[in-house]
Design a protein around this ligand. Structure first.
Ligand SMILES: [Zn+2]
Length: 187
């Protein structure tokens, strides 16, 4: 499978994999999140994800650690809700196939709705907003298939390259090209 996504955080460590079902949220209205067997939640709790399990991957991130865009696209939504906390949502098209990549539980965000973003651009900073048991990045990828957005395991299409490193290299190459152009002009 083609690896079109760049790593949004460094180092890349998975706290909770795609489709796993081992987080529960309290039903007392306090939204306390614990580790559990989501198929057999303890009394006073229900599965955080339901039967489908976790719709994204939870990546290790420290408080206020920068989160970078994994794939060139356009920001279509920035919002806050009880479950995902502050999230930024980006839509991309690769070879005619549409994808959405979603960054949840953020502390703050950088781009606005409608902004074009490149891989390696700052999306925001990691935190613990929404239903979350600690600082991390919930990274979710959806593919548009037969008229529906279907969550897929991002690890299946993620490259080993860090998005911010890609950006740095692009900047170094662009600066190199400018220097060469300057030298040619001075000849
Ligand atoms: Zn998650």
């Amino acid at each position: 499978m083609e690896r079109i996504l760049f790593r949004p955080v460094k180092p890349l460590r998975i706290n909770q994999a795609f489709a796993q079902n081992d987080a529960c949220v309290s039903t007392d209205g306090k939204n306390r999140v614990i580790t559990c067997d989501g198929n057999k939640p303890p009394v006073g709790f229900k599965s955080l994800y339901g039967a489908k399990g976790h719709l994204g991957v939870d990546l290790y991130a420290t408080h206020s650690q920068p989160v970078y865009c994994a794939l060139e696209g356009v920001v279509y939504k920035v919002d806050t809700d009880a479950k995902s906390g502050l999230d930024v949502r980006v839509q991309s098209t690769v070879d005619g196939q549409e994808y959405r990549h979603i960054y949840e539980h953020l502390l703050g965000y950088q781009p606005k709705v409608g902004d074009k973003v490149n891989a390696g651009d700052l999306i925001g900073w990691a935190d613990n907003t929404g239903y979350s048991a600690g600082d991390h990045l919930h990274f979710q990828v959806e593919k548009y298939v037969s008229g529906k957005w279907v969550p897929i395991d991002p690890m299946d299409i993620m490259s080993t390259l860090y998005a911010q490193d890609i950006r740095s290299w692009k900047e170094i190459l662009a600066r190199g090209a400018e220097l060469v152009a300057d030298l040619l002009r001075k000849k």
